[in-house]
Design a protein. Structure first.
Length: 81
């Protein structure tokens, strides 16, 4: 997919790409040179609320209701059998 650079050096992200990666207004793009002279690497940096939402999802498995030590012991016993 192609984008055109404006006279103010602005670039539009194609809608299909934005949807595929979930890019929303307020997110940042980190531009870095690639291996070839005409290559760019773009890293997507979500806004703070999206990063917090992602962290919350990861922390759910570490909730106080879980017995992490008991689960680890059971996992190790299963590996030994």
């Amino acid at each position: 997919m192609e984008s055109k650079v404006t006279t103010k050096n602005m670039v539009s992200i194609p809608q299909k790409i934005a949807r595929q990666y979930g890019i929303s207004p307020g997110w940042k793009l980190d531009w870095r040179p690639g291996q070839a002279p005409d290559e760019l690497i773009v890293k997507i940096i979500p806004d703070r609320s999206e990063r917090a939402r992602r962290l919350l999802g990861k922390g759910m498995r570490l909730s106080p209701e879980r017995d992490a030590v008991g689960e680890l012991i059971a996992e190790r016993e299963k590996e030994e059998s």
